[in-house]
Design a protein around this ligand. Structure first.
Ligand code: GRF
Length: 191
């Protein structure tokens, strides 16, 4: 059974979609660990689902955060999913798991990505730019923030009365579906 690790920093709705996907066998994998860089509801979701949940506090471990997280992940881990994970992983971490780390971002990259672009800021940027569509992107993680090869995207229309909040909730619904299907495709090497 392929082994999956999910990294979170926030509410964890994408994590929940993964947990549900594994439980419903839409994803054929074992979710071996959830790791958070701060106390967050995502971690609580893992605990509630009886998945090993680890807190590696970014404030305690600032320079060694990537190393501490790396120590929790076995060599035979097949895929690491950054699902709303806000810390930047270092070069050694990315090289250790080259091609096995994916991130989900709530815009049509390369638009509205990069350091500091997270949460409502991303959706406000799409509205402020006058974009008529937004969406989400799943990409391989490289050393450039939000800059790795794009695996899949889903598009969402931006309506004239959309706010950053309404756009965020529309995009999130697409994120959950896209993330589950991409994880399963990657694990079965059919991407
Ligand atoms: C999502 O919008 C994801 O694209 C971004 O952070 C958000 C996490 O949401 N990277 P959640 O914690 O999965 O609800």
């Amino acid at each position: 059974m392929p082994k999956l690790v999910v990294l979170v920093s926030g509410g964890g709705t994408n994590l929940q979609a993964i947990i549900d996907g594994v439980n419903q066998k839409v994803i054929d994998a074992e979710l071996i660990a959830v790791i958070a860089d701060r106390e967050c509801f995502g971690l609580e979701r893992a605990r509630l689902a009886h998945i090993p949940a680890h807190l590696v506090d970014r404030k305690l471990y600032r320079p060694e955060l990537s190393q501490k997280i790396s120590e929790l992940i076995p060599d035979d881990c097949d895929l690491i999913v950054l699902a709303g994970f806000l810390s930047i992983l270092n070069q050694q971490f990315i090289q250790r798991f080259e091609g096995k780390i994916i991130n989900i971002h709530p815009s049509l990259l390369p638009k509205h990505g990069g350091a500091g672009m997270w949460g409502l800021k991303v959706h406000q940027a799409a509205i402020d730019a006058g974009d008529t569509e937004s969406g989400c992107s799943i990409h391989f993680v490289s050393e450039e923030v939000d800059g790795g090869a794009i695996i899949a995207q889903a598009k969402v229309a931006i309506d004239v009365d959309d706010t950053a909040e309404s756009l965020q909730s529309k995009v999130l619904a697409f994120e959950h579906k896209l993330l589950v299907s991409v994880i399963q495709r990657l694990l079965t090497k059919s991407v």
